[in-house]
Design a protein around this ligand. Structure first.
Ligand code: AMP
Length: 247
């Protein structure tokens, strides 16, 4: 029985942070398409060169490319007990392709995190990511020119290149145009819930766990209790393989 979670929500809703924690605590991989693409950009691979300009402008990379990446990733053995997808799907064709990939597997459990646009813009401007391990933090009170270091690995915290106010507003437009219709695609299913992502992070975490547990029970899937996950840190969630961010 696998807990196959999809986290939906606009940039800055807190999907990455919540997805990472849920995945770590339950011993399943967190798969972030944004992380996979940023790693490709950082390494200078063919894929990275292909997607860099689009990502810098806050536009989506093409469906066929990203679907191919996710199909390959979900076929890996570490996904047999489940996974948490963060940042995929983002369009109706991606959601349809994911359904096809999931044929014969346990059902998708889909959670949408809702946050008002102005709050998202504020949050994203405060967001910093570790250049080394990719951990996200909110830079409350960080002064200009002040170098902050990652609590996990000591790496330098930087602003993502697509987190400027103009680009974030463009990313939100893309979200409302391309991604919101996909939420209607999932909205009719019994394995779909929306949660209020504007609450404090701990409240969001509790809401998320409650929603996933309830949907899993309805779908006949067992969710292992928190803490049952492999305790080897980022390696267990598939994040450690990543070096650097597109900042
Ligand atoms: P994220 O970290 O999820 O905000 O993604 C950063 C950027 O990567 C996006 O603005 C897109 O350019 C690209 N990207 C990530 N996931 C997808 C996806 N599922 N479909 C298309 N583009 C994506």
């Amino acid at each position: 029985m696998a807990v196959n979670v999809v986290m939906l929500g606009p940039p800055g809703a807190g999907k990455g942070t919540q997805a990472e924690r849920f995945a770590r605590e339950h011993g399943i991989p967190k798969i972030s398409t944004g992380d996979i693409l940023r790693e490709a950009v950082q390494s200078g691979s063919d894929l990275g060169r292909k997607v860099k300009a689009l990502m810098d402008r806050g536009e989506l990379v093409n469906d066929a490319l990203i679907i191919g990446i996710v199909r390959e990733r979900l076929a890996k053995p570490d996904c047999t007990a489940g996974f948490v997808l963060d940042g995929f799907p983002r369009t109706v064709p991606q959601a349809e392709a994911l359904d096809a990939i999931m044929t014969g597997r346990d059902p998708l459990i889909v959670v949408e995190m809702k946050v008002p646009d102005e709050e998202l813009v504020r949050r994203v401007q405060r967001r910093r990511v570790c250049k080394e391990c990719g951990t996200n933090v909110s830079a409350f009170g960080a002064g200009p020119g002040l170098v902050q270091l990652c609590e996990r690995c000591g790496g330098e915290l930087v602003t993502r290149s697509d987190d400027s106010e103009t680009i974030v507003r463009d990313r939100l437009k893309v979200y409302w145009r391309d991604t919101a219709p996909m939420i209607a695609y999932y909205g009719k299913r019994s394995t779909f819930r929306s949660i209020d992502g504007a609450q404090r992070p701990e409240q969001v975490r509790l809401g998320l766990v409650a929603a996933i547990t309830e949907m899993a029970r309805e779908a006949g899937v067992r969710v292992n209790p928190a803490g049952s996950g492999v305790k080897t840190g980022r390696g267990a969630t598939g994040v450690s393989a990543r070096k650097g961010v597109g900042a």
